[in-house]
Write a protein that binds this ligand. Structure first.
Ligand code: NIG
Ligand code: FE
Length: 412
């Protein structure tokens, strides 16, 4: 019997289905299934057919891909997309050599975004985040993790999370929400970070009740939260049934990587200063390394996370934009793919695994996003590129031709 689908993509140059039973770990990140001259059928928003160009299939609508590359929608597993204001004035300070943590210490940086976010209404935050998510979608990203952490008080943290929940319900992009109340120490609690952490923990019941976040995250860093404070905080969050993520060893190597692994966090993020022991532990526990090389690049540093060692030692590596107004103002995950190729020395195959399957697993969406397989959600990108090597190679521009979300063309 001939299969009839709603939408058929034909004349695909290369199709990357990214089919995998689990995340791609260590050297298995080299594996990449490439189908040449394939066709892809979509029915009721789901993938209904993957085959060759001679397959017997009819369709209500056909897109001629004219030899283009087709992949799953990209997954961005670490962003701070809900925030007020912007921080372009910090660029001059950076040029004068004022370090990121010094700007924060002087009440700027994250704390200046906190002020702007506290002042913003829910509607303003919603509209602004929606604008950034729209842009992500035009760049081929169909699933995004979003953190709070620009409130640092109960009211504003909840406001940010509620905005994320509304976006999750209304925006075309799929959103996964993380509570990052422990993102910095607010001025009011300068001398009592422990009290502040207690106050943030007090929010967890409300967050659970309203389904406002699945993950809890903390910024473990010099001048922010110590490893010991972070461990206690995260353990309590875990006991309440949250999964864990950690901003670990981003600037100073404090041992956050080891802590993340020992708590069996879902992911440990940044990891620029991760120790040998930390890397070994990630491989042992399966905590996913979410690397953010755009941040290292934008902070003007020359030492990047040791992706090669991580992969060789058996760590599951993923990549994200870290989109935020301070250390990484970009929605463009394609650019991060280029930076990963140039500075993390990741191969194109590793990079594609890192922004699809592994990214989906890093946010608990391994069963839904990051792969094109029968019965799965049809989140698909058609690229103006002849092959998969081309995206990290030709840098700084948007290669998207068409984005399909849940079977519908949303960008063309
Ligand atoms: O992942 N390091 C902490 N948080 C963000 C930056 C937030 C900001 O500067 O506003 C990061 O780099
Ligand atoms: Fe971050």
């Amino acid at each position: 019997m001939t299969l009839h689908v709603d939408l058929l993509l034909k004349n695909i140059g290369q199709l990357l289905p990214m089919r995998s039973a689990g995340p791609r770990t260590g050297v298995a990140m080299q594996e990449l299934e490439v189908l040449e001259g394939a066709v892809l059928g979509i029915k009721d928003g789901k993938i209904a057919f993957i085959g060759t160009k001679d397959s017997e299939i009819t369709a209500s609508e056909v897109i001629d891909c004219k030899g283009r590359l087709v992949t799953p929608g990209l997954v961005d597993p670490h962003t701070h997309v809900v925030f007020g204001g912007s921080r372009e004035h910090e660029m001059a300070l950076k040029q004068q050599g004022v370090p990121y943590l010094e700007i924060l210490k002087q009440g700027g940086g994250i704390l200046s975004t906190v002020e702007a976010t506290r002042k913003a209404s829910m509607e303003q935050l919603y509209d602004k985040a929606s604008f950034h998510l729209d842009r992500m979608l035009t760049y081929g990203t169909t699933t995004v993790e979003a953190k709070s952490g620009y409130g640092l008080d109960k009211e504003t943290e909840l406001k940010q999370l509620r905005v994320a929940k509304e976006l999750q319900q209304n925006h075309q992009i799929d959103l996964v929400s993380t509570f990052l109340g422990a993102h910095a120490i607010p001025k009011t609690h300068k001398d009592n970070p422990e009290l502040f952490l207690e106050e943030m923990l007090d929010l967890l019941d409300e967050i659970k009740k309203e389904h406002l976040a699945e993950f809890v995250d903390i910024f473990t860093e010099t001048g922010v939260f110590t490893v010991e404070q972070s461990r206690k905080y995260l353990q309590k969050a875990k006991d309440k049934g949250f999964e864990l993520k950690i901003h670990a060893d981003e600037i100073d190597p404090l041992g956050g990587t080891e802590m993340a692994a020992s708590l069996e966090a879902r992911s440990a993020d940044h990891l620029v200063g991760a120790s040998d022991e930390g890397i070994r532990k990630l491989a042992e526990t399966g905590t996913i390394a979410v690397l953010l090389p755009g941040t290292t690049f934008y902070l003007g540093k020359s030492t990047f996370a040791r992706a090669r060692e991580m992969i060789e030692q058996g760590v599951t590596v993923s990549l994200a934009t870290d989109f935020n107004p301070g250390s990484s103002p970009t929605e463009n995950l394609q650019l991060i793919m280029s930076i990963a190729a140039l500075y993390l020395k990741m191969s194109p195959e590793e990079i594609w695994n890192a922004v699809t399957i592994n990214a989906a697993y890093a946010i608990g969406r391994g069963q839904e996003a990051g792969q094109l397989d029968l019965g799965r959600k049809a989140d698909v990108v058609i690229w103006d590129a002849p092959n998969y090597l081309y995206i990290p190679y030709h840098y700084g521009v948007n290669h998207v031709n068409t984005v399909i979300k849940n079977g519908k063309v949303v960008v063309e």
